[in-house]
Design a binder for this molecule. Structure first.
Ligand code: NDP
Length: 330
């Protein structure tokens, strides 16, 4: 089977050089094992962190070993009665066309509920990130102003819609005019193209005349600096991601936000969606409910072909995706 290994650790923005295509011989499944055929692979910004050495909330990838991440796969051979041939599963799986598995850590994909790739997006890790980060940490109330950066991505587009369901006024930032138009179509009250706006601070201030009560931060950097100047008393900030600095080779510097948090009695909380693991069923149930009621829409950018996984991953850092970046393998 084909596989993609981490060839070397990147310095700065990764390139194709970091990925090595290889083939593996897989034995037939032994008792308790299944052979999985990969259907959809998720590419996610956090994988950039795993390409680095060093301690984090998740272990780094090993050089010379397969890259791995969220994937939906189908059981094509089975020696495990709990996973008959034809079963669809989602789990953390190596970037391989076929995978030998003992079934541990795999969850069933309820294909009657939504397109199966949604279990890597709206009804999977990114959707749950939006759900817990917004509803648990930001706790927006009706009439409050919510800003979400990276708004047209997998997490951001769900955050904005959930904030609308809560009755908030929602402002999003994103990197193209097409994305801005898409966010308006989704019901965002305001959307700003941070790449073409001459003055992001001014644009945000104009979009949030009543100040900002909640900020869901996916990107960090200058957008975040500008939002901090608009915080209202008792603002809540969910620090979800900092994609603008993931490829930095030096520690990014900027204004010190502490005095702004102090003056507004704001609450800033970093979080990892895995912190909420015990509550995932609740999140999936609520998201599924809103989706089936037509209250939540979802978008995917699907790239075709196993060989395109590295390109789709690298595309995250160029803003090539609207909604969830997915690779259709088979
Ligand atoms: P997205 O679908 O949002 O894809 C990444 C997007 O980031 C791109 O499309 C691009 O959109 C934007 N981007 C890339 N570079 C920059 C930059 N320099 N400045 C601003 N925006 C940039 O990814 P996800 O929705 O999966 O993830 C969003 C964020 O949430 C990431 O930071 C990720 O690490 C984090 N995350 C955190 C989790 C947690 O548990 N804390 C779990 C899941 C995700 P654009 O065109 O707008 O530039």
């Amino acid at each position: 089977t084909k596989t993609i290994l981490l060839a070397s650790r990147p310095k700065g923005l990764p390139t194709n050089e970091q990925f090595q295509f290889d083939t593996l011989d897989l034995p037939a499944p032994a008792a308790g094992q299944v052979l999985l055929k990969t259907r959809y692979v998720s590419v996610d910004p956090y994988m950039r962190g795993r390409m680095n050495e060093g301690k984090s909330y998740i272990a780094p990838f090993t050089v010379g070993e397969p890259m791995a991440g969220g994937a939906v796969a189908e059981v094509v051979e089975s020696q495990n009665p709990a996973l008959p041939v034809g079963s669809l599963v989602v789990g953390n799986l190596p970037w391989q066309e076929y995978i030998l598995s003992d079934g541990k850590g795999l969850n069933p994909v309820p294909a009657d509920k939504a397109p199966i790739s949604y279990f890597l997006g709206l009804l999977g890790m990114p959707g749950l990130t939006a759900y817990f980060g917004l509803l648990d940490i930001c706790q927006p109330r009706a009439g409050e102003t919510v800003v979400v950066s990276g708004a047209a991505g997998a997490v951001g587009m769900v955050v904005g819609q959930l904030a609308k369901i809560q009755g908030a006024r929602v402002i999003g930032t994103a990197g193209s005019d097409e994305k801005v138009a898409y966010l308006k179509q989704l019901g965002f009250d305001e959307a700003i193209n941070y790449k073409t706006t001459p003055d992001i601070a001014q644009a945000l201030a104009a979009a949030a005349p009543a100040g900002v009560d909640c900020y869901f931060d996916n990107v960090g950097g200058p957008i975040t600096d500008a939002v901090y100047d608009l915080l209202n008393k008792h603002a809540r900030i969910a620090l979800c991601g900092q994609i603008s600095s993931y490829n930095d080779t030096e520690v990014p510097v900027g204004p010190r936000p502490e005095s702004k948090l102090l003056k507004t009695s704001a609450k800033l909380q970093g979080f990892i969606v895995g912190d909420y693991y015990s509550r995932w069923p609740e999140g999936v149930q609520k998201l599924t409910e809103w989706y089936s009621q037509g209250k939540l829409q979802f978008e995917e950018t699907i790239t075709e072909g196993f060989d395109q996984i590295p390109a789709a991953f690298l595309g995250l850092f160029k803003g090539e995706n609207t909604g969830k970046a997915i690779v259709k393998v088979a």
